[in-house]
Design a binder for this molecule. Sequence first.
Ligand code: SAH
Ligand code: F3S
Length: 452
Amino acid sequence: MPSVFLKTYGCQMNERDSEAVAAQLVAKGYSLAPSEAVADVVLLNTCSVRDNAEQKAVDKMTNLAGQFRKQRPGVLLGFLGCMAQSRGRELIDQLPDVDLVVGTQKFHRVADYVDDLLAGRRDKIVDTEEERGSEAAIKEHLLTGAAKSKSVTAFVSIMQGCNQYCTFCIVPYTRGQERSRTIPDIVAECRELVARGVKEITLLGQIVTSYGRREIPEREGKSAFVQLIETVHAIEGLQRIRFTSPHPKGYGDDLVAAYGRLPRLVESAHLPVQSGSDRVLKLMHRGYTRARFLDIIAKLRAVKPAMGITTDIIVGFPGETDADFAETLSLVREVEFDNAFVFKYSPRRDTPAAVMPDQLPEEVIEARHAELLAAVNVIAERKNKACEGSVAEILVEGPSRKNAARLEGRTRSNKIVVFEGSERHIGQVMDVKIVHAAPFTLYGDPAIVNLG
Ligand code: SAH
Ligand code: F3S
């Protein structure tokens, strides 16, 4: 059978979609190629959230087309995901060597389309249609981690789309309207994963705090999302639950309280703030103020003082003044995030912000990006250093990505800990002493705590 190389750009949702596509191809008998050079089919699962992400995928495809079409004319080339959704057939007009363009509601069709193309039944395929029920079509898992070890952690997609329409964001257009899977459907998938040895599940969606809000009524003051967490939490054998990404406006008291009540819901939150200025937050259509955001952080820390908190921030949103930027810097210093992803504003097609007045010059955006990143890093390193000498509970995931001779696990607060261990530790929850903190990685010693 032919082999497929699948390259993924962008977020965890994309990673998850790629895994499901790969699993569907494997189920049909295809093998997964270790590199594009030996593959019969090369698929790029794309990201549209910033222009440079799109550019990377287009450049990659341009190179592939140039290289392969001369040497190996039979290789099949395809674009999947967000950029495929937003650009559709235009991609084939631009790059005529591309055979397949599949949007975000049709991932489950990829394996059939590859069959059709390879068998010569069809020539080019573009499918960016909407499909009812597609939110429940991403279910298959490969469950092989790094170095072919069995996966200890898994992502489960609970919903698709987003209705928030932040003025800078292309996601509502590429991923569509919010559509949630049912609780029984999600729980069945989680149960199966746990039965196959998975210890930690991350519930995934673009705005998970909006999960099921139209379909599933509140019960005893608990939102649909909290009800889902509770039901997954009850699965026997599951050790940890995470989720990403929530929206600050969806962080109700029921969700805050869940961290106190549910021991397997780990103390970690990725809470995208985007800006520290109320004026900019309003222009972004974020639906909360700086004060409300700070209030959520305070409540979370009141329930779980060790909460790991990370965020996303955009610098250079249209009209952002020096004073607005200063508010973002001060928010970062006030909250002391464990880490923050700092992005340069990138105008996206069809979004209101792209046509707002006062688009900022590149130099201003660059300078603010560098200044904020430096501030974020100083705090992140300081917080990491403060872990030295402490004991942390980690879930051991497998060989370290940086050095395969060592193992790595993650703390409940989502920090990576590298340590010397053996195969038998993989999948275990264990205590390690943090003996050294590098800027972005902690180094642990299990022997000091566990005495072997
Ligand atoms: N809620 C989603 C957001 C996806 S986009 C999630 O985190 O799952 C991820 C991040 O990219 C956003 O939080 C935002 O900080 C950044 N981003 C989105 N659109 C952007 C744009 N036009 N320019 C720069 N950064 C952007
Ligand atoms: Fe994008 Fe805002 Fe939704 S950042 S994914 S429109 S919450």
